[in-house]
Design a binder for this molecule. Structure first.
Ligand SMILES: [Zn+2]
Length: 451
């Protein structure tokens, strides 16, 4: 990580309003940080990364993913939220061993990195034993990703409906063991249950615990189950727990009054528009949040039902919000408020803000960490380049992610993850898949017979 690297001659989207976009710009990396950004940087002794025909931009930030579900990818296509809870939290999740969580987090984090996601908030509510937490953290660490490890409860219904069980005290051990330094890739958060999922007393306890250990709070609110509407945000407000250290996930069934409370208390939001529309959480509240000055971040949520890349989330957020602007009066022009640049910011700097990491990442700015990705523009689905923001948001996919750097370290180069034994990674998740789906009674027939 020491030494100098020069990323030369790319179309640089800094997303820093002071610096702007630089067609044909250079970025100098020194000791893992961005040292300079300019049209042409002359420096001796640097490793040169040729960014010709590449768009250079900050790595994406996924602010909520249950990475533990990687080995059961796409097991629940087109399910409802009710079915997800019954199958994932009522069955599959109960069978997880610590080694399955390691495989899931290592391979899931590599999947994210491969797609240009350099920061991942791992919402880990599979802590069936303390070993599960250790292995989750080891998986993230081994991948080389920048991660917020959001420590959650074990799997099981008793934790989720007016639960009388306090958040596990194990988070104190984890804080001491893994998160004592500010200068590392991993930070700690508490993956909290809203009051309604717990009793009010437990919610008070859990919020106090998070603040005692200095962890940000990430909480699911306002998802619609069949016939069930819970005003989680209002519940939090009535308990006096809301604050700027909390990120509210989904908010799709939250009332306008609740969104006002999020704005007023300085909270942030994480939307997973693909899953919210697929499973019926409710209409993603992108525009409703923006109207209140809350710029949402984006998240993948579950690869058991959704693709694990940020391109899908950006595109889904964009078109979903635009159709809501469409007028039913043909004589009034269709004037959507949301643009490609907006959703690119949601996927980068707004994600960094939601993780309280915007002083370190989220834009390309001298002094920040060198979490940088290069996207090719000379491949069949992206050429010719006209508008680089539109190319990233509308045209590009994971196959165009050429290079990925985390704190200046090359994780992906020339379209390939560096020093990753991919057949071994595939075996890891296949072994976990066979065990977990076997135990759950969900192993598909075709896996039981030779083919
Ligand atoms: Zn979630």
């Amino acid at each position: 990580m020491a030494g100098r690297t020069l990323i030369r001659g790319g179309y640089v989207l800094t997303l820093d309003p002071q610096i702007g976009d630089l067609p044909g710009g250079d970025i100098l990396i020194e000791n893992g940080k961005i040292a300079a950004i300019a049209r042409a940087i002359d420096v001796a002794g640097a490793d040169i990364i040729d960014a010709t025909n590449r768009i250079v931009l900050p790595g994406f930030v996924d602010t909520h993913r249950h990475t533990w579900q990687t080995p059961v990818r796409a097991v629940l296509p087109s399910c409802t939220l009710d079915e997800y809870f019954a199958s994932m939290l009522g069955n599959i999740g109960t069978h997880y061993r610590a080694e399955d969580v390691y495989a899931a987090n290592l391979v899931g984090a590599l999947e994210a990195l491969n797609a240009g996601i350099t920061t991942l908030l791992d919402w880990s509510h599979v802590n069936n034993t303390p070993d599960h937490a250790d292995e989750a953290i080891r998986g993230l660490t081994d991948s080389g990703i920048r991660a917020v490890y959001a420590h959650g409860v074990p799997v099981g219904g008793q934790w989720w409906h007016l639960s009388p069980h306090n958040h596990p005290e194990d988070i104190r051990r984890l804080r001491t063991r893994y998160f004592s330094s500010e200068n590392q890739l991993l930070t700690l958060a508490l993956a909290a249950r809203a009051p309604g999922n717990t009793t009010p007393e437990v919610a008070r306890h859990d919020w106090r615990l998070a603040r005692e250990v200095g962890a940000r709070i990430s909480v699911h609110v306002g998802m619609r189950l069949t016939g069930v509407h819970v005003n989680h945000v209002l519940n939090l407000q009535q308990l006096g727990l809301m604050g700027p250290d909390t990120t509210y996930i989904h908010c799709s069934d939250s009332t306008d009054e609740e969104l006002d409370l999020i704005a007023k208390t300085g909270g942030s939001a994480s939307l997973a528009p693909f899953v919210e529309m697929l499973m019926g959480h409710g209409v993603p509240p992108t525009g409703r949040l923006l109207a209140r000055g809350v710029r949402p971040s984006l998240s993948v949520d579950v690869v058991s039902s959704a693709p694990g890349d940020m391109f899908t989330q950006m595109r889904t957020a964009l078109v979903q919000e635009r159709i809501l602007s469409f007028t039913h009066t043909p004589d009034i022009a269709f004037a959507p408020a949301l643009t490609e640049r907006d959703v690119l910011e949601f996927a980068t700097i707004d994600g960094a803000r939601a993780c309280a990491l915007d002083h370190k990442i989220g834009t390309l700015t001298p002094g920040k960490q060198a979490d940088i990705i290069l996207i090719r523009t000379d491949q069949v689905n992206v050429a010719p380049l006209i508008d680089p923001v539109a190319t990233v948001v509308t045209c590009a996919d994971t196959s165009n992610v050429d290079s990925v750097f985390v704190a200046g370290r090359a994780i992906k180069r020339h379209g390939q993850l560096v020093n990753v034994d991919m057949p071994k990674m595939v075996r890891l998740v296949e072994t976990a898949r066979d065990y977990l789906l076997g135990k759950s009674g969900l192993l598909p027939d075709w896996l039981n017979s030779p083919w």
